[in-house]
Design a protein. Structure first.
Length: 188
């Protein structure tokens, strides 16, 4: 059975949504392994992991991260950022499908159901922010040694990263609430 992507999420059968959630979750976990290896390599330089550059407060802090990483760390960060374009798709799909599955377990018309119809899309918006962040990071990582990124690029990168983290955190909080408090009566 081919998945008709033109169909609305509400119209997809639960087994299909569950299968996509498991497949995307598995890919997320699988890609998490090299992502963690690269994180350890970045920290081994004496600098922070990639989040340290994502959340740099100003050009000076970003330049300090780049200097700590050196050429080898910057190459690792570039590789990690390129792979993150695929990684963000996995958590986007997994997040949407997991939230949709939880929403389907809530009482129809309840507050959990209504908010779930919006919250289920937050992982897609978060993944979009992550893609913007990745483009900005790649531009920063391509700067010559010793150069600092512009204040605007640092701010935009930080804004994209904090928005991504806030949206994912909000989805997780809603999902926990829906799983515990939003269950339909008689549902397992």
């Amino acid at each position: 059975m081919a998945l008709d992507l033109s169909r609305r999420l509400d119209d997809l059968p639960t087994p299909t949504v569950r299968a996509v959630a498991w497949a995307a979750g598995g890919l997320f976990a699988g890609l998490g392994v090299p992502m963690q290896v690269w994180e350890r390599r970045l920290r081994a330089t004496g600098g922070p992991g990639i989040v340290g550059l994502q959340l740099a407060r100003d050009p000076e802090q970003a330049a300090a991260v780049l200097a700590a990483w050196g050429p080898t760390g910057r190459q690792v960060a570039r590789r990690q950022t390129w792979v993150d374009f695929g990684y963000l798709k996995t958590y986007g799909y997994a997040g949407v499908c997991a939230a949709e599955l939880l929403r389907r377990r809530t009482s129809e018309g309840s507050g959990w159901d209504r908010t779930g119809r919006v919250v289920r899309w937050l992982p897609v918006v978060a993944a979009t922010c992550d893609a913007v962040e990745n483009v900005l990071l790649l531009r920063t990582l391509s700067l010559s040694a010793g150069a600092a990124p512009s204040r605007g690029r640092v701010r935009a990168t930080r804004a994209a990263a904090t928005t991504k983290f806030a949206l994912l955190g909000s989805t997780i909080l809603w999902a926990a609430g829906a799983a515990v408090l939003g269950r339909r009566t008689g549902q397992p």
